[in-house]
Ligand binder design. Sequence first.
Ligand code: COA
Length: 173
Amino acid sequence: MTPDTATVSSNVLGTLTLEKPTVEDGAAMWELVNNSTLDLNSSYKYIMMCEFFAETCVVAKENDKVVGFVTAFIPPERQDVVFVWQIGVDASQRGKGVASKILNELLSREACKDVRYVEATVTPSNNASKSLFRRLAKDYKTDCEILECFSEDLFPGDDHEAELTFRVGPIKK
Ligand SMILES: CC(C)(COP(=O)(O)OP(=O)(O)OC[C@H]1O[C@@H](n2cnc3c(N)ncnc32)[C@H](O)[C@@H]1OP(=O)(O)O)[C@@H](O)C(=O)NCCC(=O)NCCS
């Protein structure tokens, strides 16, 4: 079962394109995160994801400019899970369904053909992110389970919230 937002036959939606990233996109992904509330990782990490995990990463571009992305991977011991490491949409493009389209594009990939669950960790205060994964569960008419993941005391310093796992599935495609 595929949700309405993924029924387009091409990955070009209006002027928005959804693509596998190349290493040339890594810097723009880093910039987008740098301008958001997401945890900023090194630029190396985004370029590395583009090089080695492009099959499970998506960049959304508007007129060739990166306006959103997801970096994700399939954990080696759990081939039925795709773990969303980060998803971000430029502030100018939020609330238009871009993140949902990015997740649908990810799930439509050949690399995700055996995927039945989408997992991500989310901080309790991140309402946009919580809504995004609940929306995904609704679109696929499935469940969104919330589990403890990384407790606050695992993080250095005292300015990082705990991270909860949002587990969406089982997904039937
Ligand atoms: C989370 C984020 C990626 C959502 O992107 P988006 O393109 O605006 O999301 P969508 O338009 O596809 O919306 C998906 C759902 O989330 C809801 N949503 C989006 N922003 C929201 C907000 N600020 N507060 C509450 N709900 C919100 C939408 O209403 C929609 O749910 P609905 O269809 O049931 O109404 C974006 O807000 C973002 O980049 N935030 C900063 C980075 C971040 O927190 N990333 C997630 C952690 S990995």
